[in-house]
Ligand binder design. Structure first.
Ligand code: ZN
Ligand code: ZN
Length: 299
């Protein structure tokens, strides 16, 4: 790393919640579901595999060039997993993937991804796709460390000692998403931090104190902001998603430097999201609504 290179780079490849919405009204913010490419310490991390990952895969798939990455699943809802089926590098023998995800309703991450890909749901089962992969359950309080010079990342318990230069991803189980909650991730590297909090529901009055503690002092917090306040109050309470106002409350409580609103409601077109983005900026100046393809650097 040279002095001018960013410490962490995040690329939003899909920013939409629930289901993909291609079409003329989603050209600005994008229509694909959630996936993020993260470049840190010479490593590639991927957070979630919604349909946004498909385009990333087309760029990364080079049959003669080995590819290695760690992939983290927040939970197993389709808007966070289904792009894996069309992720080209998954079909290459030169790919090595370290996959981490939660145990939900008694099923582990390997079982959930197998169920997604096994015939007749899909013609090629995960284990036959071609890539080399490991699949580990990742739970509240655990961390994954990818140390400099180490070939593979390792799974750590709560008491593990971390070292300078480690790329570390910590997990928080946030209980407010049906049915058993989601994992929020905190990426740390050389004193910088990025928190990914998709599919969370804060409290209209108090935000999300549990998440605020986890996100304390982060350089960037990406937070679900699927509903506007009117829709939330009328018919979306308890659905496991937030309003941008809730995200702002949590961002303030956590003292984060920058806030990205993610997991946009599929029924909201570009004009509506632009209005919501302007309103959110009035509450938290250093904030933006994530757009597909946008890159954010943490210096
Ligand atoms: Zn979702
Ligand atoms: Zn979900």
């Amino acid at each position: 790393m040279t002095a001018s290179e960013p410490t962490i780079t995040i690329v939003f490849h899909g920013v939409r919640g629930s289901y993909p919405v291609p079409g003329p009204t989603t050209l600005v913010y994008g229509g694909n579901t959630t996936s993020q490419e993260i470049r840190v310490g010479g490593r590639l991390l991927i957070f979630d595999a919604g349909t946004g990952i498909i385009k990333l895969g087309q760029r990364l798939a080079r049959p003669k060039k080995p590819l290695e990455f760690a992939m983290f699943f927040s939970h197993n809802h389709h808007d966070h997993t289904s792009g894996l089926l069309y992720f080209k590098p998954a079909y290459l023998k030169t790919t090595k993937a370290y996959i981490y995800g939660p145990v939900d309703e008694g099923g582990d991450i390997l079982g959930a991804l197998s169920e997604l890909s096994n015939p007749p749901a899909h013609p090629v089962a995960l284990r036959n796709m071609g890539m080399n992969f490991t699949c580990d359950n990742f739970e509240n309080g655990m961390a994954v460390r990818w140390a400099p010079g180490k070939k593979a990342p390792e799974l750590l318990g709560k008491a593990a000692r971390l070292h300078a230069g480690d790329v570390v991803v910590k997990a928080l189980r946030n209980p407010k998403h049906p049915a058993e909650g989601v994992l929020n991730f905190r990426l740390e590297y050389r004193g910088r931090s990025y928190v990914y909090a998709t599919d969370v529901e804060g409290d209209a009055e108090n935000g999300d104190p549990l998440l605020a503690r986890f996100a304390n002092g982060a350089d960037l917090l990406a937070h679900d902001g699927q509903h506007d306040a009117h829709e939330y109050n009328e018919r979306r309470r308890g659905w496991g998603h937030s309003t941008p106002e809730m995200a702002v409350k949590t961002a303030r409580m956590a003292g984060v430097r920058k806030l990205a609103i993610i997991h946009h409601e599929p029924a909201y077109g570009d004009a509506k999201l632009a209005r919501m983005e302007r309103e959110t900026k009035k509450l938290f100046q250093n904030s933006f609504f994530a757009r597909e393809g946008r890159k954010v650097h943490i210096p």
